[in-house]
Design a protein around this ligand. Structure first.
Ligand code: BDR
Ligand code: CA
Length: 316
């Protein structure tokens, strides 16, 4: 039976691929809804982008819930420099289709709580590919849902890699470090896809070409989006392509053999200063702290990109 998932996201180019990969994998995943948070761009734009992606995939039956527009304590930080003004700019300037279906009436946090409470205990998997504000607020309002989740899969953090928004911090954790800390300290079963693994998933020219040529109608659009996404990161990192972060979470749910990790303790630094938002990750177990996360450290990039291409081609 397909695993029932909720995806909390801030699209965003790599969130977009995560959403489409989930939609293209109905045998493994049943996507119940998209919860949206402010992150890569402001909330009204991330919500519109989520709706446009569902229109692109012909899946506007899936509801979109708007969540928190800003982090708990800090001022909002966004990433137009990476994702463009819309949050989903394309290489060619092509626009995504306008959605027909309005955003759902319910707030994303209340949807998370209701869905997890109403499903049998242990059934719902929550995937979070943006700042963790919605998730932390849901856990604070309804702590009973923490143990009712099957698990929480997070794109965020950097255990052993340098940060990407500051030298110490990865973007999603940095935007709302207090939310991230609350979630990592909540006791939820958590798998972390940080920069340690996502920096292995580079959108190289042959992989991009393969998506464009063999990913069908949607693959062609995705390649155009990733062409834009590559521009800033190639300049910044000097690598052969941008790292494709968020779809690692979904790919792992589809095929866990693509990745390897190790359980360890992760602490989120919420002190103001140069280490704000750092995920301090105890590889050698030098603290007495119990592991609170499965930290994914390795992935098979060729198989990851082959999976994405092959699945996108299934979206007609
Ligand atoms: C994360 O930050 C965002 O820009 C991406 O969508 C991804 O979730 C990578 O640090
Ligand atoms: Ca994201």
């Amino acid at each position: 039976m397909a695993r029932r998932i909720l995806l909390d996201c801030d699209p965003g180019h790599d969130d977009a691929v995560a959403i489409l990969l989930a939609l293209a994998s109905p045998a493994e995943l049943e996507l119940l809804g998209l919860c949206v948070v402010g992150g890569n761009v402001k909330l009204d734009a991330t919500v519109l982008n989520a709706r446009k992606l569902l229109a692109l995939a012909g899946r506007e039956d899936i509801p979109v819930y708007a969540g928190c527009p800003r982090p708990m304590l800090r001022e909002m930080v966004t990433a137009e420099h990476v994702h463009g003004d819309t949050g989903l700019d394309s290489g060619s300037g092509r626009e995504l289709p306008e959605p027909d279906t309005p955003v759902a009436n319910q707030h994303a946090v209340s949807l998370l709580i209701d869905t997890i409470r109403q499903a049998p205990a242990g059934e719902i998997t929550l995937v979070a590919t943006g700042p963790l504000t919605n998730v932390a607020v849901a856990f604070a309002m309804a702590p009973d849902i923490i143990d009712r989740l099957h698990e929480l899969v997070v794109m965020g953090g950097a255990g052993f890699e340098p940060g990407n928004i500051t030298p110490a911090a990865e973007f999603n954790i940095f935007v709302d470090p207090h939310a991230a800390r609350a979630v990592f300290e909540s006791g939820v079963k958590l798998t972390m896809f940080g920069l340690d693994v996502t920096h292995q998933m580079l959108i190289t020219p042959p992989r991009l070409k393969n998506i464009a040529e063999n990913g069908g109608r949607v693959g062609e659009v995705v390649a155009d989006l990733l062409d834009f996404f590559n521009q800033y990161d190639i300049g910044k990192y000097g690598w052969d392509g941008a790292p494709l972060h968020d779809p690692c979470t979904i790919a792992w749910l589809i095929d866990p053999t693509l990745f390897e990790g190790r359980a360890m303790h992760v602490a989120v630094d919420t002190n103001e200063g140069p280490s704000l938002g750092r995920t301090v990750t105890d590889w050698f177990g030098v603290t007495d702290a119990e592991p609170n996360a499965m930290v994914i450290t390795k992935g098979d990039a060729d198989r990851f990109f082959a999976l994405i291409t092959e699945r996108l081609a299934l979206l007609k």
